[in-house]
Design a protein around this ligand. Sequence first.
Ligand code: 3HC
Length: 292
Amino acid sequence: MKIEKVGVVGAGLMGSGIAEVSAKSGFDVIVREIDDASADRGRARIETSMNRAVEKEKLTADDRDAALGRIRFTTEVDELADRDLVIEAIVENLEAKNELFGRLDELCGEQTVFASNTSSLTITDMAAATNRPDRVVGLHFFNPVPVMKLVEVVRTIATSDETFGAAFDFARAVGKVPIAAKDNSGFVVNLLLVPYMLDAIRQLERGVASIEDMDAGMVLGCGYPMGPFTLCDFVGNDTTLRIAEIMFEEYREQRYAPPPLLRRMVAMGRHGRKAGRGFYDYSGDAPVALPV
Ligand code: 3HC
């Protein structure tokens, strides 16, 4: 099982990052987006990130150009037919993912491995909807993908050793450190991280301290790179809400239940940094905490 040709479906925050690290590591990459405008946004995101890496002297201009030359964008799913590995990074919705994998199952050759970058759905639910459950695996990257070193490689009870090994090797080949996880909703990191983020919001609801002070507490007291509210805004409050809903549905445990304030924030469009507003307002030079 040799992986050379990679397909990435979805060029949002995660998909564009996965395409970027794959191309930088020498893989031939096709990225599929739903329309030209989304594809253009994905390409711009990758270019901005690679330019930043050049500025920070992590990448040479020649290597950037070569990597960009290895990425092709398309709006046609059919063009993924010859890929050795297809990684989906589309919306966190099982129906949408199953529809995509169903289509790919008909199009792709027998050798193609399907991977999902889901953060909270189970890989088994996707594998069961294909005729190749032994060749379906989880490859969960972290945001920002070019910077974060971890990839969770997730096996179901049906994933073959060969598929798991190929996915593990692929994660290493794109410069990441893989860890093996079983197919539990949240895998390893979100299982621990999501209750922490939700708990911070609950403590805010209780009026324990201000947003800025709780963030400062975790940065200065524990050495975390960012506090919980900055992290919520960074991940996206809509994304965190979706993850919490899926994990609560799976475990029915209070610690995964989305706090009311999180729902209110999302209802008001305060989705975080990408929306310009979340727990903080990002319109000025420095973020300013907003009333909750
Ligand atoms: N390409 C390559 N390298 C880059 C880069 C790029 N586009 N952009 C930045 N870098 C490098 C920089 O050169 C720097 O490297 P150095 O330390 O060797 O100099 C390093 O990345 C950090 O970059 P910056 O100095 O520009 O930025 P900060 O120091 O402010 O760090 C951060 C930014 C990496 C985002 C840091 O704040 C952080 O680690 N935050 C926590 C992120 C986190 O927790 N992510 C996980 C979210 S949960 C998730 O993704 C799971 C999902 O399912 C919800």
